[in-house]
Design a binder for this molecule. Structure first.
Ligand code: UDP
Length: 311
């Protein structure tokens, strides 16, 4: 990968991916419209001659001068409160944005990796979720704006692959956490850590019996890079397969921080998936990938990040 475009490159995952690609010796073009991304995430790369930032919205025509060998298409609001606040932009970036990215890839002869999501499985009726599962999504519910946009994006990518012969990859990303998550993005990891650091009650939605499986960002980035290099056009799940209930997760955060916070319960959001755990057999077989960072190690690093942000 010589010259690589990362859409959504100023976001949480995008900025870690840019950092990794730069350290691998690639030239990186980072595109972001900064509606949920933040220049602070990438300010450390501005001095490097191999790094270029373009402030652009991929739902409009994308002009990127020069050669491109690969495109990681990550641009999208990605936390439930963001996509509930930005429903039209979320639908547009998954649909129109993915169309523009595929057109650019075709023009440049670049390989494309679409950052898809475990949300394509919706509230799953198959557990854990293998890539062969078609999912259980409510298209007209509030989360449908994200889930259906990503499902449409997958269909668009497959069509460009089949119809135009573009080399494509689809990665279904499961809950990922780490430094540079936004404090106010509403997801469970920043919420619980910031609440525990402040000594506030941790807001568990519903009874907290719903499950998630949390992957540290460096593991995810390694999976994205390997998928770009070694995968085929068929989707591959990247995530950690250690599953916790949200109540267990709250207790882990309280214990690691040594906080005297209590737990309070808030209403369960509409269509919140009851279980989620990736089947990562395909990632193991095709990419030789598996997660390496334990929940405890990853959380300690993330807690340290938020502690410094607060101080
Ligand atoms: N959640 C919670 N308290 C919070 C934020 C989230 O109990 O303050 C729950 C949420 O209902 C969901 C899980 O934690 O079941 C993960 O939510 P998140 O927003 O991180 O991402 P999701 O996996 O739903 O996309």
């Amino acid at each position: 990968m010589k010259r690589v475009l990362v859409t959504g490159g100023a976001g949480f995952i995008g900025s870690h991916l840019c950092e990794r690609l730069l350290s691998d010796g690639a030239k990186v073009v980072c595109a972001d419209n900064l509606i949920t991304g933040d220049l602070k995430n990438i300010e450390g790369f501005f001095g490097q001659s191999d790094f270029v930032f373009l402030n652009l919205d991929v739902t409009n025509y994308i002009h990127v001068p020069g050669q491109l060998d690969a495109i990681f298409h990550l641009a999208s609001p990605a936390s439930p409160i963001d996509y509930l606040k930005l429903p039209i932009q979320t639908l547009k970036v998954g649909s129109l944005g993915t169309h523009k990215v595929m057109g650019l890839a075709r023009e440049k002869g670049a390989r494309v990796l679409l950052a898809s999501t475990s949300e394509t499985y919706g509230d799953p009726q198959v557990h854990p979720q293998p890539e062969s599962y078609w999912g259980h999504v409510n298209p007209i519910g509030p989360r449908g704006v994200y889930d259906e946009a990503k499902r449409f994006a997958e269909a668009m990518v497959m069509a460009y692959h089949r119809h135009h012969g573009v080399e494509t990859r689809i990665v279904r990303i499961f809950n990922t956490y780490g430094p540079r998550m936004r404090k106010d993005d509403g997801r469970v990891v920043p919420n619980f850590i910031c609440q525990a650091l402040a000594g506030d009650d941790l807001t568990v939605y519903g009874e907290g019996k719903q499950t998630r499986s949390f992957c540290f960002v460096s593991d995810l980035v390694e999976g994205l890079v390997r998928a770009m290099q070694r995968s085929d056009a068929y989707p591959v799940n990247i995530g950690n397969d250690v599953e916790k209930t949200i109540l267990e997760f709250a207790e882990i955060v309280i214990k690691l921080i040594g906080s005297d916070s209590a737990i309070c319960h808030k209403p369960m959001p509409v269509d919140d998936p009851k279980v989620r755990r990736p089947d990562i057999s395909r990632a193991r077989d095709v990419l030789g990938w598996e997660p390496r960072v334990s929940l405890e190690e990853g959380l300690k690093e993330t807690i340290e990040y938020f502690r410094q942000l607060e101080s």
